[in-house]
Design a protein around this ligand. Structure first.
Ligand SMILES: C[S@@+](CC[C@H](N)C(=O)[O-])C[C@H]1O[C@@H](n2cnc3c(N)ncnc32)[C@H](O)[C@@H]1O
Length: 255
């Protein structure tokens, strides 16, 4: 089983899943980008741009004098982005990045999928101008500890995590500080955030769609009764469950 097979963007509900992921994680990403001083005239590289929400935010922030290069192996959701965004279909494992000397390189939820993550991260650092910022954000299974044992949510998320472990590095987030430090970056900072989801909201829907896609792709993560009880819990307003943790790590290229 490969990641491309299990979580592909060609899935019929992939666009909605992307929208819900953006609704869950964009506020934190935007907080970090704002704190790093992203502003008018800056040149930015958005890698694994996905549904395009962060590329769109960057475009608004850098303005007409800036640049936003949005890169993805699958650009199907990036057709309606405003200037100064340019869209590049690119496999970051093998294709050249669209330029260098960037003031900012941002990547979210991509490296954990890639066996070549060390080489790819080297290339992101090399694409920065001296003093330019790298912001890398990846998942971490630390949030499993916040789940109440024996609940439908905990049961289902453990099934999902077991399968996800075969596809991606679900503990990638905690490796980021070391990865940035070993590349000689300055001004390193790290944050870990666990979003809580209310039943019926976009964060809960993101989990329903992601785990639902895996459930479909694997022929069943759990028996249908377990899946149905979990689904009902995540559609119930006033029910709160922990979602997937995100670790955000940033640093500046020395020079
Ligand atoms: C989980 S999605 C995250 C999307 C977006 N970064 C976000 O957080 O909203 C991962 C994205 O990386 C893209 N991707 C996967 N492998 C890639 C590769 N080798 N090169 C470039 N993009 C890739 C996928 O097409 C997908 O859009």
């Amino acid at each position: 089983m490969s990641t491309e097979y299990a979580l592909q963007d060609s899935w019929h509900r992939a666009r909605r899943r992307m929208d819900c992921m953006e609704a869950t994680y964009d506020p934190g990403t935007i907080r970090h980008l704002t704190a790093l001083g992203v502003g008018p005239g800056m040149r930015c590289l958005e890698v694994g741009a996905g549904g395009g929400s962060i590329a769109r935010w960057l475009a608004d922030r850098v303005g007409p004098g800036g640049e936003v290069a949005a890169v993805d192996i699958d650009v199907r959701f990036l057709s309606d982005l405003p200037p100064p965004v340019s869209v590049h279909e690119c496999d970051v494992r093998v294709d050249p990045l669209p330029g260098d000397g960037f003031d900012l390189v941002h990547v979210r939820f991509l490296l954990a999928h890639l066996a070549e993550r060390d080489e790819v991260l080297d290339r992101f650092v090399a694409a920065l101008r001296p003093g330019g910022w790298l912001l890398v954000e990846e998942c971490d299974s630390v949030s499993t500890a916040a789940m109440v044992p024996g609940t439908p949510h905990e049961t289902m998320m453990r099934h999902a995590e077991r399968v996800l472990r075969q596809l991606i590095d679900v503990d990638m987030g905690r490796a980021l500080p070391g990865m940035l430090t070993s590349r000689g970056l300055d001004g390193i900072g790290v944050d870990c955030h666990v979003p809580f989801a209310e039943g019926g909201g976009p964060e809960a829907e993101w989990m329903l769609l992601t785990v639902g896609q895996l459930h479909e792709a694997t022929g069943g993560l759990a028996d249908e009764e377990t899946f149905a009880r979990w689904e009902a819990a995540l559609r119930e307003p006033r029910t709160w469950v922990p979602g997937g943790a995100i670790v955000s790590a940033w640093g500046r290229r020395a020079g």
